[in-house]
Design a protein around this ligand. Structure first.
Ligand code: MF3
Ligand code: CO
Ligand code: CO
Length: 252
């Protein structure tokens, strides 16, 4: 069942979304060689608490930290750690989900640590374009499957692959709710979009195979071939005019 949000709920989703986006803006200058992912976690945690929000990942199904930090071949759900130090040339996704007044805002983006190789920069740029290709098809009456079709048909001709094992999701009072948003697939399939729907689009795009495996910690998902992966995420509202990005930031 896909819940349609009231005007009041939408206003709260906007606030939560803006705060999640502001957290990414806050962390940007700290993403530097020599910094640990645990330091990024602490800064984001404290920023959210100071703004009267709760970091949704903390203790979510046993997740031990307040953000996800996914470096290089890590596809998603990387766990921040004191022992994990950013190095020149790394690409990292920081994924922030804020709960503010009971509503969730979920957004993530890639950061390049110092100078990054051309293949890595190109992958990051293509993944950002994939997110916006998915967003642009959103409108009342369009089908949820149109999103994945737009993403897949953009990146596969470029030689990249689309991760299958993780999806976007409806979002609201719950972190993950209906509908499930595939980042690949056919046009014209799935539920019709309606005014008041809120969901994330968060394509994970790989340099090599789309296949992934989850590490021993039961969270960290990595590419099977250990080649690079990138991801961007926005929370979207379907409006009478088309869509609204609920997690707007100056970063992407
Ligand atoms: N923020 C992630 C998403 O985009 C989910 C993280 S779940 C966690 O859906 F438990 F790892 F935090
Ligand atoms: Co999400
Ligand atoms: Co997220």
């Amino acid at each position: 069942m896909i819940e349609l949000k009231s005007a009041k709920a939408v206003e709260k989703m906007r606030e939560a979304g803006r705060l999640a986006a502001a957290t990414l803006e806050m962390i940007q200058p700290h993403v530097q060689p020599g910094v640990s992912t645990e330091r990024l976690n602490q800064l984001c945690h404290d920023f959210l608490i100071e703004h009267k929000a709760i970091p949704a990942p903390l203790n979510y199904r046993g997740f031990p930290k307040s953000i996800c930090t996914s470096i290089n071949e890590v596809v998603c759900h990387g766990i921040p750690s004191e022992a994990q130090i950013l190095a020149e040339g790394d690409i990292i996704n920081v994924d922030v989900t804020a709960i503010l007044d009971g509503y969730h805002g979920d957004t993530s983006c890639m950061f390049c640590v110092g100078e990054v190789s051309k293949p890595a920069r190109d992958l990051v740029e293509a993944t950002k374009q994939a997110l916006y290709a998915g967003i642009r098809v959103c409108a009342v009456g369009a089908r949820i499957g149109d999103i994945g079709h737009a993403i897949q048909s953009l990146v596969e001709p470029m030689g990249y692959s689309v991760v299958r094992d993780f999806t976007g999701h409806g979002i609201g009072r719950r972190f993950h709710e209906d509908p499930q948003i595939l980042h690949y697939g056919k046009k014209g399939v799935g539920p019709r979009m309606r005014e008041g729907m809120t969901f994330t689009i968060e394509p994970m795009i790989n340099l090599g195979t789309w296949r992934v495996e989850v590490m021993e910690d039961n969270w960290t998902a990595v590419t099977l071939d250990r080649k690079l992966s990138a991801q961007f995420e926005h929370t979207i509202l379907i409006t009478a005019e088309g869509y609204e990005i609920l997690t707007p930031s100056s970063l992407f």
